[in-house]
Design a protein around this ligand. Structure first.
Ligand code: UDX
Length: 430
């Protein structure tokens, strides 16, 4: 099929390359000329395992990029994969989506025949029908349900395994309101579903599809927070939380994933999506107590980590190594990383901070140009009065003699990744 993707950020680029991989002709539309040029040269604009290879293989053939919306007129289906950032009060900011829908609608005014527009971005329930569709019909002059249809197809890919997550999904969710839109969406996903060994395909309504994304992320974020709540109780009783959580994970009704207790969840999705669905729920008069509690527990974890540090070292004037700046291992993304509240609190308390991360240092430096950075864990630990472990990078499990260079060997582990050994004062958060 002929597909167009508006937006070539994280999700847009990944799905464009993956749709090309399963045999569709894909054009990626973005206002950023550098991104467009890179894609046409066969270079992925973001770092994601497997993406470079797909872009290199399909660029100039089944995958192309342009800044010109007119290219959309030659396609059957358009996916809107534009950012929906957070506003200060948690609501999502739809201005980029609205501007994209406006340009798309104006382009479709010049297209004869039917077009399907699918929301790929994460948007709160009813956005596609109540906000996007009216802009599209107004700008295009088309009639919803006749020569224009809308759809919603939420994305569950994780950073660091985005290509694999897209090509081998647990489930595919297709939201549509008309038979024609449903048929078209199925046509887009049929080759991917066949290749992925027939994962479940959930055919549902547009608003249901929007909600499924928030429900999915809200549930996972709350699951981690519940694990943290339980782990905090264990800590107070001096019970091994890992043994407890591993055991409950064996109950198939609970499951073992996303029970990793520690300093909490970050990233571009969980914090934003949980805040957005809380704000949307309040707009319609409902206070979602469980989701609010999930945020509260998550906010508390870095504070508790500092409490553990204070039991051994007064941060005022202390040199503190922060090991791990990325929001999770395997990425250079620092959005909502737990390192952010921790570094803020350390600086407020008068500490001298030295940060280390295998790949995220440059991104962190942009936000915190004033702190010191080391190019290895060893160098960060050298002369430090304490170390805080914030991200569970596997290399931190191998640290050993590196701790010998510390001025006082206090290690406060927010992820239970460091191996306990003689000669260090080891304190775990959970
Ligand atoms: C998440 C969702 O998993 C994905 O489906 C959605 O599309 C986007 O958001 P991502 O943000 O890339 O993906 O990372 P993920 O691996 O889910 O981790 C999110 C955060 O939770 C990280 O900060 C991670 O460290 C933390 N986490 C994860 C835990 O604290 N414990 C766990 O057991 C798992």
């Amino acid at each position: 099929m002929q597909l167009s993707i508006v937006g070539s950020g994280y999700v847009g680029t990944t799905i464009a390359a993956c749709f090309a991989e399963v045999g569709h002709d894909v054009v990626n539309v973005d206002i950023d000329e550098d991104i467009v040029a890179a894609l046409n040269d066969g270079d992925a604009p973001i770092h994601e395992p497997g993406l470079d290879e797909l872009v290199a293989e399909h660029a100039g053939d089944r995958l192309r990029a342009t800044t010109d919306y007119a290219a959309i007129r030659d396609t059957d289906v358009t996916f809107l994969a534009l950012p929906t950032p957070s506003e200060d009060d948690g609501h999502i900011d739809l201005s980029i989506m609205k501007a994209g829908a406006r340009s798309l609608g104006a382009t479709l005014a010049e297209k004869d025949g039917h077009h399907l527009v699918v929301t790929k971005s994460t948007v709160v329930p009813t956005t596609t029908e109540a906000v996007i569709a009216p802009i599209l019909t107004e700008e295009s002059g088309k009639t919803l349900g006749e020569d224009l249809d809308i759809g919603m197809n939420p994305e569950f890919l994780r950073e660091g395994s985005a290509v694999e997550d897209f090509l081998a999904p647990d489930k595919v969710v297709l939201g549509s309101e008309t038979e024609r839109a449903g048929d078209l969406l199925r046509g887009v996903f049929d080759p991917l579903v066949a290749r992925a060994g027939d994962p479940p395909v959930v055919e549902t309504g547009v608003a249901e599809a929007e909600m499924i994304k928030y429900a999915n992320n809200g549930f996972l974020a709350a699951k981690i927070s519940l694990a943290n709540d339980i782990a905090n109780i264990c800590k107070e009783y001096d019970i091994d939380s890992a043994e407890v959580l591993d055991a409950i994970g064996l109950d198939h009704r609970i499951g073992s994933s996303f029970l990793g207790a520690g300093v909490g969840w970050g990233g571009s999705c969980f914090p934003k999506d949980v805040a957005a669905i809380i704000a949307a729920a309040r707009d319609v008069g409902y206070d979602p107590a469980m989701l609010q509690a999930a945020v509260e527990v998550n906010d508390r974890q870095p504070v508790r980590l500092l409490g553990r540090l204070r039991e051994h070292v007064d941060p005022d004037g202390a040199r503190v190594a922060v090991l791990g700046l990325a929001f999770k291992p395997g990425t250079d993304d620092i959005r909502n990383s737990r390192a952010i509240p921790l570094v803020d609190a350390l600086l407020d308390a008068g500490a001298e901070v030295v940060g280390y991360d295998p790949v995220a240092t440059e991104n962190f430096r942009e936000r915190y140009p004033g702190i010191e950075y080391a190019d290895s864990a060893d160098a960060a630990l050298d002369g430090a009065d304490a170390a805080l472990v914030v991200t569970d990078w596997p290399e931190f499990a191998d640290l050993g003699s590196e701790f010998d260079g510390m001025a006082t060997p206090v290690v406060v582990d927010g992820r239970r990744i460091v191996t306990r050994r003689d000669g260090i004062v080891y304190e775990s958060l959970v």
